[in-house]
Design a protein around this ligand. Structure first.
Ligand SMILES: N[C@@H](CCC(=O)N[C@@H](CS)C(=O)NCC(=O)O)C(=O)O
Length: 216
């Protein structure tokens, strides 16, 4: 199988980073194919024929089928390589993980990403997808609200679902780090989220695709 992804440590590819970080946690290596999002290679053939959504990452299976959506790819690898478990080992754990993933997506990933595309990412995205420059500040504020909500939920817990690292932690970490490099820093006064973020940043897997900010 081949993972079509961004190989270069560029800061604006948090979804590919989620999958790469999950693989690093598991110590799993797969063949990587670099697709340059900066030039829009992901929005043209041959990549577009593989993934008509035109987004990274995508996993090309040996039988030719293509799996897109970072959550689906990460779950697939979790089934192939169950240790350490990033989804959960019981129906209850898996349900809790998916509950937190949904919350991460809705409360941070979506507003932060749309906020980026509406502002700093506008030059890159305006010809690719619908962007909402008129909503930029509101979207960014909604992402900050989401971060504050996670701070309150985390409290003294080590990770979102409890005392074990799971996929929602990886997703939230990659997106908060992306925001920090793209003019959407974590607000001040969120001690639990800050401590959790620092713990996540210290993991060796966080070095995968870690990148300093670059001008748009
Ligand atoms: N829902 C998709 C979103 C993928 C996505 O938005 N990928 C970004 C990189 S983080 C991308 O391909 N951006 C370039 C573009 O959309 O042209 C997933 O979870 O994989």
């Amino acid at each position: 199988m081949k993972l079509h992804t961004a190989i270069l440590p560029i800061p604006f590819v948090p979804n590919p980073r989620v999958v790469r970080m999950a693989l690093a946690e598991k110590g799993v290596k797969v063949d990587l194919v670099d697709v340059d999002v900066r030039t829009g290679a992901n929005r043209a053939d041959p990549y577009l024929s593989l993934n008509p959504a035109g987004e990274l990452p995508a996993l090309e299976l040996d039988d030719g089928r293509v799996l897109a959506e970072s959550v689906a790819i990460a779950e697939y690898f979790d089934e192939l390589h169950p240790n350490p478990p990033l989804i959960g080992t019981t129906p209850e754990e898996r349900a809790l993980t998916r509950m937190w993933l949904r919350r991460v997506d809705l409360r941070v990933v979506v507003p932060l990403t749309w906020g980026f595309r509406a502002a700093e990412g506008l030059p890159m995205f305006k010809e690719r997808v619908r962007c909402l420059p008129e909503a930029a500040e509101g979207l960014k504020a909604a992402a900050r609200d989401g971060m504050a909500w996670f701070d309150a939920q985390l409290g003294e817990r080590a990770f979102l679902t409890g005392d074990q690292l799971r996929l929602p932690d990886i997703t939230l970490y990659c997106f908060i780090d992306f925001g920090a490099k793209m003019n959407q820093p974590m607000p001040e006064g969120l001690p639990h989220l800050k401590a959790w973020f620092e713990r996540m940043a210290a993991r060796p897997s966080a070095k995968v695709m870690d990148a300093v900010a670059q001008p748009a």
